[in-house]
Design a protein around this ligand. Structure first.
Ligand SMILES: *Cc1c(COP(=O)(O)O)cnc(C)c1O
Length: 475
């Protein structure tokens, strides 16, 4: 066991390790090459009875754990969406852990509640979210969207579902491209996934508002209760932006809760030139985005804005005697703003990141990533063996390998799947894929905090050389 008095003696080991990691992350394979149970079998069946030394623990970290890590902070991590971090965010996490406060209510750490309140205002006001929205930090967008669905459910049932159980005629709508967390949320809410209606999308993978309205009308005729529409600002497959303004008009006309899932692309709202993405936001009811994706704040930190906090509180508030305080009503007790009682002090890392980067610094980084993506897409466009499947947007490019021969769509899909495997096994680059109308598509995301053009060039080199290798092997 380590005595706090010895903190200075031991901490350099940890600091050096982190320093080496942050500056040497490129020496690891981006995607872990571990096989199932590789790590598990190296961990002893029983915990140690006696104290082990920090040196021994650190040696095993290197030997056992690191080979099983996929390096999300590697600048050639271009898969999924980033979960980027920054030095500032790491520092703040140290301090958060040292303080070790549980920030469930204002009383249990007033600074945590009040810093959170102010951070939410900073972000809201810079993202073009109207001032009558209030914010709260959730662990993930999945939780925030579940919170929205539950609140919508209570509003539509006059707060009866919480007490009497959920009626089976509530209806939720989203597009076919919406994130899986919505389906999970609808299941957990008791509304039932049979009542989640997935509306078709247009050529650009955006929800078709006319089809939403038709569906709502049809449901009303059958005595069903349209309860919530989820709009995606930046879908997970292809970063498509649903037409919020048109959908907001429909929600207003039929009195349906409108939740906006901008988990990933929301960060781009810090750039005024992207505020068009949320035109109509004043008619939405709730909005979520993840600083833990593209805003340099390490996982977890999800920001949830809601227009009518009263209905949120009415949905989630329970007040046992032992949690009654004298400050109720004067301050925010965030345990009533979501699902868990206990809460981490997450606002601190936002404060560190926003202050140390400055809004301009954050904007410059995001714009830099968007420019690198345009550069990448241009190189793909020029390359005879690859093609863009869609126009690049933000820091996302959807493309595929298409050697200049007349291959069938099925053959191309198989070839691309094989190529992706080769690339990701190589350890120099990690990208993921999606399907667009049956076409297998590579998803390139350029969002790691410290990514530079040389990394994008390396990605292009790896793509080309792995493709050449694969074609040679296929012959
Ligand atoms: C990543 C993502 C989510 C899920 O985010 P979590 O914070 O991991 O729950 C939801 N919606 C969209 C659009 C996403 O990109």
């Amino acid at each position: 066991m380590i005595d706090p008095k010895d903190f200075k003696k031991f901490s350099p080991k940890i600091m050096d390790w982190i320093n080496n990691y942050l500056n040497g992350v490129e020496s690891y394979p981006v995607k872990s090459l571990a096989k199932p149970k590789d790590i598990y079998t190296q961990i002893p069946i029983s915990p140690p009875e006696e104290s082990e030394s920090l040196d021994d623990i650190m040696a095993d970290l290197e030997k056992i754990i690191m080979p099983g890590i996929t390096h999300w902070q590697h600048p050639n991590f271009h898969a999924y969406f980033p979960a980027n971090s920054s030095v500032e965010s790491v520092f703040a996490e140290f301090i958060t852990a040292a303080i070790g406060a549980q920030c469930m209510i204002w009383d249990t750490s007033p600074a945590a509640a009040e810093l959170e309140e102010r951070m939410m205002e900073w972000l809201r006001d810079h993202m073009g979210i109207p001032a009558n929205f209030e914010g709260v930090i959730q662990d993930t967008a999945s939780t925030a969207s579940l919170t929205a669905i539950l609140t919508a459910r209570e509003v539509k049932t006059n707060f009866k579902a919480n007490v009497e159980g959920v009626p089976n005629n509530l209806r939720i709508y989203c597009s076919k491209e919406t994130h899986s967390s919505i389906e999970k949320g609808v299941a957990i809410s008791g509304i039932g996934t049979k009542n989640l209606i997935k509306i078709p999308v247009d050529e650009q993978m955006r929800l078709i508002p006319e089809m939403l309205e038709d569906q709502i009308k049809k449901d009303l005729e059958q005595g069903l209760v349209p309860t919530c529409v989820v709009v995606a600002i930046g879908t997970t497959g292809t970063v498509a932006v649903d037409p919020l303004k048109e959908i907001a008009c429909i929600c207003k006309a039929y009195d349906v809760w409108l939740h906006v899932d901008a988990a990933y692309a929301g960060t781009a709202l810090l750039l005024p030139e992207y505020h068009w993405m949320i035109e109509g936001i004043e008619d939405a009811d709730s909005f979520v985005f993840n600083p833990h994706k593209w805003m340099f704040t390490n996982f977890d930190c999800s920001v949830y804005f809601i227009k009518d906090v009263d209905v949120l509180l009415k949905t989630f508030e329970v007040l046992p005697e032992y949690l009654k305080t004298k400050t109720r009503g004067l301050v925010n007790d965030y345990r009533d703003w979501g699902i868990p009682l206990g809460r981490r002090f997450r606002a601190l890392k936002l404060w560190f990141v926003i202050r140390s980067f400055g809004i301009k610094g954050i904007q410059a980084k995001i714009r830099g990533h968007i420019e690198l993506n345009s550069y990448f897409a241009e190189q793909i466009r020029k390359s005879p063996d690859f093609e863009l499947v869609m126009e690049p947007f933000l820091n996302f490019t959807g493309f595929r390998y298409r050697p200049a021969t007349s291959l069938s769509e099925d053959t191309l899909n198989t070839l691309n799947e094989k190529l992706l495997d080769c690339i990701n096994q190589g350890g120099e680059l990690f990208i993921s894929h999606t399907k667009v109308r049956g076409t297998y598509v590579f998803r390139m995301i350029i969002g790691q905090t410290y990514v530079e053009q040389k990394h994008v060039d390396k990605a292009l080199d790896v793509l080309k050389s792995e493709a050449t290798k694969l074609m040679a092997a296929e012959k």
